[in-house]
Design a binder for this molecule. Sequence first.
Ligand SMILES: Nc1nc2c(c(=O)[nH]1)N[C@H]1C(S)=C(S)[C@@H](COP(=O)(O)O)O[C@H]1N2
Ligand SMILES: [Mo]
Length: 527
Amino acid sequence: MTPQRSDPSHGAWAGALAGLLALATALGIGELVAALVRPGASPVVAVGETVIDLAPATVKEFAIRVFGVYDKPVLVAGILVVVGLLAAGLGVRARRSTAQAVAGVVGLGLVGAVAAASRPDGGPIDALPALAGAAAGTAALLLLVRPLAHGRVAGGEVDARADATVAGIDRREFVRTLALRGAGAVAVAAVAGGAGRALVRPRQNVTSSRTSLALPAPASPAPPIPAGADLDVPGLGRFVTTNADFYRVDTSLLLPQVPADKWTLRVHGMVSREIRLTYEELLRRPMVERDITLACVSNEVGGPYVGNARWLGIRLADLLREAGVDPRADQILSRSADGWTCGTPTEVVMDGRDALLAVAMNGDPLPVAHGFPARMVVPGLYGYVSATKWVVDLELTRFDRVAAYWAQRGWAEQAPIKTMSRIDTPRPGARPSAGRVAVAGVAWAQHRGIERVEVRVDGGPWRRARLAAVPSLDTWRQWVYVWDATPGSHRLEARATDGTGRTQTGVQRPPVPDGATGWHSVDVDVD
Ligand SMILES: Nc1nc2c(c(=O)[nH]1)N[C@H]1C(S)=C(S)[C@@H](COP(=O)(O)O)O[C@H]1N2
Ligand SMILES: [Mo]
């Protein structure tokens, strides 16, 4: 039979839909095969993590600032939109040239395959999910567009009526065929994707490993948190950040799931004795418990990426002394289960501060999102140069030999935390009543301590805030200033002075490359 003249728009929509259904099939099969190979080999996860790795520092900073903790869902959604558009385009193309469309699907599959196989924790076999997905996607696309390519339906109503005898039957048959095949594609996608998820969940889940753990009592308990560490000012957070409220920053789309009984830490490189530590051996060591405030270098002035918790762990310095560190090894290159790396100055870890290999956070085994089963915590250094989560490897090396993950991407090699203060209340745009208004917040300069916080109104003289008590130099410190507010618009600013007597600079600088500077300011309208 002769192909009919087609109404291009109708056929195009059907082609685009076919492309999207083929993509859904490919992704579903990809998830299923990834569940069998390695969850991180999921094409979407692998491409997403590759995008994160390739994104320049400024883009990462932008994403964190604009999307905050939702940066990852936004990334995944963005990838799906881009791939969805490509797939729709290939579907449209397939009506004219199935060869070109198939080449496009194979190309997309190869991108996913290369991304998965080249992940730091990946290998050649990780290419399988994307390749299987591409094969399934190709089959689905061919099944769906064959009728379109033959031009039977493309005409839709108009053409069908134009040739009532044949097309009337053809069209109904065509619609039925297409609907059946489309439903088939949806079913394959849903069943395969769902099965993939279901298979991954129990294997991925280290919950039982976490909850069955008995944490040892600390040989060196944390100094008690003094009464008055919490100023109890409404609008001011608690001195201890709960695990649920603690900020999370990392490069992984799929949290590494490392059961405690599978975990080992290798200490090697420029050492005289290599060490391999199991989790059981780790827990048998004398534990130190400390309150330490963690801060992210990406935090804007006034931003939320800082938190304070009680950590339990062993001293990294003890472990390194046992390994016998070569004095020329100025960098501890730590590596996580998912291949992220972090360079910490050996000197800082060895200088007597409470640099920990931590297993617990606020009395619970580390939450998976915060590094279960073990992570590093070093008071005084930004997280990206000190706080490796899911840590499995410590290599003693030199800064002039290896650059860690963020150092390769334009962030500073070394990054001590900058003295910072934040106004938590009143909030920007608040409308307090005239009279006594509590201006309160937190300030931090880990391991140097906060000696003074000052507040000024409308650029006037700096006034001292009252400081809360703290258990050590390694935590943030709450502060409050009682302001006699007068009606009208006002600007509040705060600045801190650390234990060495140095005052926070007012020069405004962005987080890249080694942490934001400037004074936090809040504008309010007093009624
Ligand atoms: N494995 C791994 N550890 C990591 C990161 C990461 O991307 N991967 N990010 C670091 C950064 S930039 C910070 S600020 C802290 C944040 O720790 P948190 O998520 O527990 O708050 O973790 C650090 N440890
Ligand atoms: Mo960070």
